[in-house]
Design a protein around this ligand. Structure first.
Ligand code: HEC
Ligand code: HEC
Ligand code: HEC
Length: 317
């Protein structure tokens, strides 16, 4: 009898431990994860594992290992670095509760909807990600239509998206997902700029995707700036003492970013523009990054760090 009561107690307490994890809270916290693991836990790229339907205890263990460094991955380390145990439990509850990739595929096949596997779109935050394989298909918009709509942008961003004025960013070769997100953010005023606010006011969602597609396929000018040693170190290695994640984890070795995830290319920009963005993320005046992904990094950068790393970035080709 004692034994039964004991095991009942164990069973009950483990049930309540499971309930302590909040799948809804996990869903909220998964905004950043969806860039790579997909909004329904089914990844948009063969590089990234599916998390939907995975065992929750396994997910928690992996996140702890990424955080402690027991499992190393340049992309996951910064993702796990800021997660508390409660965050990990909530995220695990969310992802383990989602139908698996196979179940999701079966459901869409039987639902009779016209979803074409090659062009299925999924909304991650407000970034549209196309979960298709052909590289050209990641552009949701129409390049030719974008070209004519881009005439009004040329004065500031250059006819081919390579800006000649340091205040104005280059758009050439940028991730289409990122460009479309910025245009939508300017329109909703989540990202604030007086010049851009006027430019986007009349744009429809279709216009934004067409413009994004046009600029994304333009070729970008190689960086011509001088390198900087302190900036190089920060870019490649971050700053463990200050808790600064290495820029390379998300913006890549050559600064080209990750197109599908909507992590921007930061090459081909003037140092003036780069410094302004880093300072704006730091003081919060730019706050359109999902889950504060850039604000959390910029807040730990000194003026000297910003000067050095932005100088280094201008040398990336
Ligand atoms: C920039 C892309 C990216 C983002 C964003 C990202 N991940 Fe990952 N994740 C990866 C990659 C790549 C791997 C595979 C790592 C490896 O090869 O060991 C991975 C692996 C994992 C694994 C291990 C899966 C397994 O089967 O072993 C878990 C769990 C995980 N990620 C959870 C998360 C969570 C939770 C978030 C959000 C807080 C997140 N990831 C955000 C890229 C990303
Ligand atoms: C009068 C000048 C001007 C015109 C015309 C203009 N822009 Fe901009 N644009 C800017 C400025 C200035 C910024 C940088 C805002 C900041 O500092 O955050 C910017 C930023 C952007 C960004 C964000 C780039 C990044 O790397 O984050 C996008 C995307 C963009 N513009 C697209 C467009 C498009 C598309 C058009 C035409 C429909 C256009 N712009 C017309 C001045 C202009
Ligand atoms: C964990 C991923 C991650 C890391 C690490 C990271 N970034 Fe970013 N960064 C982003 C994302 C995502 C955005 C775009 C946010 C948005 O507007 O949606 C961004 C935007 C930027 C921009 C603005 C680009 C533009 O065109 O306006 C700059 C500049 C930048 N990051 C520099 C850096 C530097 C320097 C570091 C290292 C000190 C760094 N980032 C580390 C994810 C990251």
């Amino acid at each position: 009898m004692k034994k039964i009561i004991f095991s009942l107690f164990v069973a009950l307490s483990s049930v309540s431990a499971v309930q302590a994890a909040d799948a809804n809270a996990g869903k909220e916290k998964a905004g950043t994860c969806s860039a790579c693991h997909g909004p329904t836990g089914v990844s948009a790229s063969p590089m990234f594992p599916n998390l939907a339907g995975q065992n929750d205890a396994y997910i928690i263990k992996q996140l702890k290992d990424f955080k402690s460094g027991a499992r190393t991955d340049a992309m996951m380390a910064p993702m796990a670095a800021n997660l508390s145990e409660a965050d990990m439990a909530d995220l695990a509850a969310h992802f383990s509760g989602l139908p698996s990739a196979i179940e999701q595929a079966a459901a869409s096949a039987t639902s009779g909807s016209s979803t074409d596997a090659a062009t299925t779109t999924a909304v991650a935050g407000n970034v549209e990600i196309l979960s298709s394989t052909p590289a050209a298909a990641i552009y949701k918009g129409n390049v030719a239509a974008g070209k004519s709509k881009a005439m009004v942008c040329a004065a500031c961003h250059g006819a081919d998206g390579n800006s000649l004025v340091p205040m104005y960013p280059s758009l050439a070769g940028q991730s289409a997902n990122y460009l479309a997100k910025q245009l939508a953010d300017f329109k909703s005023a989540e990202r604030k700029d007086p010049l851009m606010a006027g430019m986007v006011a009349a744009l429809t969602e279709e216009d934004m995707h067409d413009l994004a597609a046009f600029f994304a396929v333009q070729s970008t000018n190689a960086g011509t700036g001088e390198s900087n040693e302190a900036g190089h170190k920060l870019y490649l290695g971050g700053d463990a003492a200050k808790g600064v994640t290495a820029c390379i984890a998300c913006h890549g070795v050559n600064g080209k970013g990750m197109k599908q995830a909507g992590f921007p290319s930061i090459t081909g920009q003037s140092q003036t523009y780069l410094k302004k963005q880093l300072a704006s993320f730091r003081d919060g005046s730019r706050g359109n990054d999902n889950n504060g992904i850039m604000r959390n990094i910029a807040i730990k950068l000194s003026d000297a760090d910003i000067e050095a790393v932005s100088q280094y970035i201008t040398s990336l080709k």
